[in-house]
Design a protein around this ligand. Sequence first.
Ligand code: GLC
Length: 744
Amino acid sequence: MALAAILAALAVAQLAVAPAAFAEAPRFSREPAVEQRIDALIQAMTLEEKLGQLTQQWGSEAQDVNPVVTQTKRDDLLGLIRAGKVGSLLGAHGAEYTNMLQKAAFEESRHKIPIILGNDVIHGYRTIFPIPLGGAATWDPQLIEQESRVAAIEAAACGTHWTFAPMVDICRDPRWGRVAEGAGEDPVLGAAMAVARVRGFQGRDLKAADSVVACAKHYVAYGAPEGGRDYNTVDISMQTLHDVHLPPFQAAVRAGVGTLMSSFNEINGVPGSGSRYTLTTVLRERWGFDGFVVSDWSSVTEMIAHGYAADQADAGLKSLTAGVDMEMSSFSYRDQLPALVQAGKLDEKVVDEALRRVLRVKFAAGLFDDPYTDPAIAEKVVLCAEHRKLAREVARSSLVLLRNEGGVLPISPEIKSIAVIGPLADSKRDPLGTWAAVGKADEVVTVLEGIRARAGDGVTVRHVAACDVRGSDATGIPEAITVAYDSDMIVLVLGESEDMSGEGHSRSVIELPGQQADLARVMQATGKPVVAVLLAGRPLAIPWVAENIPGVLFAWHPGVECGNAIADVLFGDFNPCGKLPITFPRATGQIPTYMAHKNTGRPPLEKERYTSKYIDVSWTPQFPFGYGLSYTSFAYRNLSVSPRELKADGTLTVTVEVANTGARAGAEVVQCYVRDLVGSVTRPVRQLVAFEKVQIAPGETKTVTLSISAQSLGFHNWDMKYVVEPGEFKFWVGDQEGTFEISE
Ligand code: GLC
């Protein structure tokens, strides 16, 4: 674990090197033999065939079971493929079906160029893992790499060559529905998760039958929409763009990601799918990326609605020349660009360069060697016991214990009856969360099923849904009260259904929906010991629950092994170790609130009226980034740093002892934060610079060493120059703090 975390941190640390000095060695353009084959293909292809390779369309409609419609659609699709009109499909699943599509390209088209088949394999293919926000709560890059490896194995066995993941958008506004899909608010944790997922999906050999090409998305700053409203305007400073939103993408490029996906949103007036600055100047000229960029779904032609393109031809021209190589699910490249080339408005060399990038990745993925899938593999790997076991491991590591007053958890062996109350307790679909690929609800272990299985025959477990997830129906609450009074304890299962987060599913408020808050009050009023398990695709504002329910376990949408993972923690078979990857506000009105905020000239003071705070809620978060409890306790001692003074090209070594002062083994995420006390632009009061997750036995003390490059402490100044400025820094690890200095 340590090595992976350090490697990830180092990968991140080196991100911040001044962009110009960081051009990553190209990865996909280094094979002369491949370049020659590409030259020959380009030489032989017509303009229409070239643009066909830059076109991706939906490919599942010919998969339906209706023989009449299917055959017609299948003939149409196969005709397009044979004619070289489409270079990629998304939405096609299953070895037999995809092999049939592939044959039309690889054996029956003029140039025998294989199609590349993409799908949204975000947190599992059929074995569904926690939503990525939950995955980030593990703070365990090695575990998340294993998860993505399993996702790749299953997806590849079913014909997928390319996944539209990892989603690496930094988000500090949990109203945004797609916060569920990323790694939260922080660029260092986000970059570590991006690296882990790229490595897991692409494996050690991109040509291996169980590797898939990864796709870092959505490039860039899609996670910062005004109002948290999906697809909305993004207007941020160039410093924030470079210091917060770009680093996870740079980490993914550094890790060798094969593709990126350009975003729907505008960035300061220029849509992500038309921005030459981000797509070419930053991505290719500074970072040296030589894979390819695919647009998001119709994000090219949506530039007309943005008011950035006059029509489809203008949109296609602007996207292609900005650096979007393949157009997803709109057809301006295929249908509009030939005329522009003929009219001399578009140099065919631009088309050739985009085509070269796409073909390089197809070669790198081994598709020209063997683009077919062995149908015999899927039944051996899909949802196999080993994969379910890993899903349980990731899920239980993602659970964040937010409160445990009076030791209400783990559940005592004296408890002989449990009331499992709440609308999500026995839900099969919601634990899979958003973007659940081909996961199946009937394969999910619900919270109720997990508790029943673990409690065993000697414990009576009864369930009442009591109310809906949303809406005003609370007719089941009286029955819940009766069952609660008749039980030794209550496990409340509350939160959001899976369709309350994800694409196009932003919320204007993040409080508990429907009658759930009232249900919590009523259950607490019974006087029985109560534990709340919260399922959600985002942080929730739960001030009353957080202050009045003794046990609170945040479970995100934990995937197919939901109930088993939650029971493992509730009954103490697993010591919770999750830490929040995103700040939990007390109220929606506090948004945005996040760890790496600025101090302002009037930082909030309790007794001072005219300071930066609210009159109706504390300025502090309900639960901060990086927070999470354990069933044991840890003490931090003997923090040291060496050297205490270093140059801008130096490296700090931070060392701290962490003791497990409790009675049971546990994992602790050791986090190091810094504050640059004075800068030429203001600096965050606390920013994460390194972390490491360590397992510590009861009574054991471990010495943890974190390596931090001075370069990673730099930032983009007012003139947009990356600088590491001299001066004093404070730093924290646990409850310990110290100082160091960067000198001229
Ligand atoms: C969607 C999403 C993107 C996804 C793509 C293909 O609109 O924005 O994340 O990969 O379309 O499904």
